[in-house]
Ligand binder design. Sequence first.
Ligand code: 3PG
Length: 403
Amino acid sequence: VGDLGPADLEGKRVLVRADLNVPLDDSQNITDDTRIRAAIPTIKYLLSNGAKVILTSHLGRPKGVTPKFSLAPLVPRLSELLGIQVQKADDVIGPEVEKLVAALPNGAVLLLENVRFYKEEEKNEPEFAKKLAALADLYVNDAFGTAHRAHASTEGVTNFLKPSVAGFLLQKELDYLDGAVSNPKRPFAAIVGGSKVSSKIGVIESLLEKCDILLLGGGMIFTFYKAQGLSVGSSLVEEDKLELATSLLAKAKEKGVSLLLPSDVVIADKFAPDANSQTVAASAIPDGWMGLDIGPDSVATFNAALETTQTIIWNGPMGVFEFDKFAVGTEAVAKKLAELSKKGVTTIIGGGDSVAAVEKVGVADVMSHISTGGGASLELLEGKQLPGVVALDEAVTVGSVTV
Ligand code: 3PG
């Protein structure tokens, strides 16, 4: 079918599903506008080709109509970034919305109210999806962060609105988190961290099929140490995952993946920002102490391994980086990736806490790709199909995407 160009868009009503689920503080100020900024290129492209954009998103997890989950606080920032005044509807469907859509000029944006104010959204009720679809002539899904949800505005609507296509952001996320990871420039290293191995089992198993080097950090390493018979003091351990840890180590060997666990750790006498700390070998954690970060020898070994690569995916922090004292390992990884990215290595930050770490260090701009998805990134990295993507027509995107 090809790309959607000017001829397809002039005067057309385009329903754009974005993920504008941004954090707000108690005064309803946006504390991180990344997701809004990420949604702008697709909207601008549609506007510049004369389309009428009907923008829909969820915010939070409201149970019914809840004023504090209104999308109203997003309007000023959206308007500023788009350079036009965005109109806002007080509803998602219904006669008032229909009137606003009918009066919408070419090149204008109407933001619908929080789509989760209708319980039919998460239930993916066809009647609701049909009403959403009836507002527009075509559908663009750019909500990567919500693509793992089979909801009315991400999946159901595609049954009633053709064509249904991917926006630039969704396409870019797929190009990196699926394309570059499944077909990487080698050597390909994956860095997986986070506190629990249980939440990363699928990701590790899937990456073991694809990567050449796997670096593990974060709280999950203590489950691996314990599985190897090391004493871990009072570090976090998932006792019911010891066998799994052993089998993951065996699988790495079988696949010829070089799996590196940290050789030294920074330990603390309590879980607190002001805890006493010391660096010890991973095999020498005393009783009563817990590991909260990887140590300098591990950083050096990880860096040396990363130096050899052409593609790196990172998901999950190396330690408790919310506490400055235990953020050193995570920050070192962020800095190394920034350095390698500048040298042409493809660096992909796979969502969640690693994104926060990269932003904290101030190196977000130099990475090849920073995912806007949390759960969606994990599911994609696990090799799962995302319902919001599966539902789209194949081989159609808005414009031509170059990454
Ligand atoms: C997210 O923040 O991960 C997405 O916006 C999806 O939100 P949800 O987990 O409430 O579906």
